[in-house]
Design a protein around this ligand. Structure first.
Ligand code: SF4
Length: 380
């Protein structure tokens, strides 16, 4: 029988399991603290455990960590890791440091079923869902590499997590939701709900649950303001058309001082006209919003080009003039191919995954002035 993985268990589940194996309850809480506060996973390094307690852990838990196949550090501080799972599948995670925050972009599936036409990942078939433990492991390993387990009150080197990597998180809710709960546990890693962003391509029936069960930030990969354009680039729009998506987002339980992030990739001649911009303004009217415009990263064989800088500026100006908060993403980690849609170009031969949105944006303030940079999906 397969044993549950230590990183995929909530405190209550871990306690039940260890107590069931004969460990005292207070020790189970100490194990949780070792793992999620001190960043220690090996029982032999948990110095307050008895030999018997360590034996219980080894008996009832899977303690294997994904291995680090590759770690690449870019000149601008971006770090890309290639993590190898127990079954040989590899997953990439990208760390993006900024002045006021630092974000890890994580993946939720190996491959993706959704075949968005602008996405390099969409050319890779779904192999399987990631488990909750594998999702938490991406964060845990990144924090470990950053020496970020310094106690509850220490300043964080990794402050934010975005589910914008490979896969559709709302097609893997059975693992993504528990993983987010584990990451948010105040007695553990303690990521606040403001610090986590879940990005969906528009899985309408699950959107309400994100607000009600998790309370994290919601980003929507919109990319077009009407059915005709959106269906042409995102097949999921046939199943969940724009009107259904908007109705789900309008019903989303948005916490105070938060907003919806709309991802909008700029595809030359496809979705980037003035008319598209005006439709977009109308579509999201009344919803506290941030439109995150993403200059398209052209990958080998991609059917699209990127909109010109002038077109991007004109599009942003229409939104800005209408009072919509808009950002234009700036690429980070270029020297290690960590930018949007580029990762797989380098690693596809190794059966790895790519991330779409691990990059930084320039924020437009009043009158279209670029004022500062920040990470896509963050709302604080
Ligand atoms: S953009 Fe996201 S949902 Fe669409 S194919 Fe790529 S990974 Fe899948």
């Amino acid at each position: 029988m397969t044993k549950p993985h230590l990183l995929g268990l909530s405190l209550a589940q871990l306690t039940d399991l260890l107590v069931g194996g004969g460990m005292p309850k207070f020790r189970a809480a100490q194990v949780w603290d070792w793992v999620h506060v001190k960043g220690v996973l090996a029982p032999e390094d948990m110095t307050n455990l008895s030999k018997g307690d360590r034996a219980v852990m080894a008996e009832v838990l899977d303690l294997r960590l994904p291995s680090v196949s590759v770690e690449q550090r870019a000149a601008d501080g971006v770090i890309k890791w290639l993590f190898k799972m127990a079954d040989g599948h590899e997953v990439e995670s990208v760390y993006i440091p900024e002045e006021t925050r630092s974000t890890l972009c994580v993946s939720s599936q190996i491959g993706c079923t959704l075949t968005c036409r602008f996405c390099h990942t969409g050319t890779q078939a779904l192999a399987r869902n990631l488990t909750a433990a594998e999702i938490v492991a991406q964060v845990w390993l990144a924090r470990k590499a950053l020496s970020d387990f310094n106690g509850k009150d220490a300043a964080r080197k990794l402050s934010n997590v975005v589910f914008m990597g490979m896969g559709e998180p709302l097609y893997n809710t059975e693992n993504v939701f528990p993983a987010i709960h584990i990451l948010m546990d105040e007695k553990g890693q303690g990521f606040g709900s403001r610090k986590i962003t879940l990005s969906t391509s528009g899985v309408v029936p699950e959107i309400t649950r994100v607000g009600e069960e998790l309370g994290v930030n919601l980003a929507v990969s919109l990319h077009a303001p009407d059915d005709e354009t959106r269906t042409a680039i995102m097949p999921i729009n046939k199943k969940y058309p724009v009107a259904a998506l908007m109705s789900a987002v309008r019903g989303f339980k948005l916490k105070e001082r938060r907003r919806i992030t709309w991802e909008y990739v700029m595809l030359d001649g496809i979705n980037d006209s003035d008319a598209h911009a005006r439709k977009l303004v109308k579509l999201i009217e009344g919803i506290p919003s941030l439109v995150n415009m993403i200059p398209f990263n052209v990958w080998p064989g991609s059917p699209f080009g990127c909109s010109s800088p002038e077109r991007i500026d004109a599009f942003a100006a229409i939104l800005d003039k209408a009072g919509v908060h808009v950002t234009v993403r700036k690429t980070r980690g270029e020297d290690i191919l960590a930018a949007c849609g580029q990762l797989r170009s380098e690693t596809s031969k190794r059966n790895t995954i790519s991330l779409q949105y691990p990059s930084v944006v320039a924020v437009y303030g009043n009158e279209g002035q670029k004022t500062r940079v920040h990470i896509s999906g963050d709302t604080d």
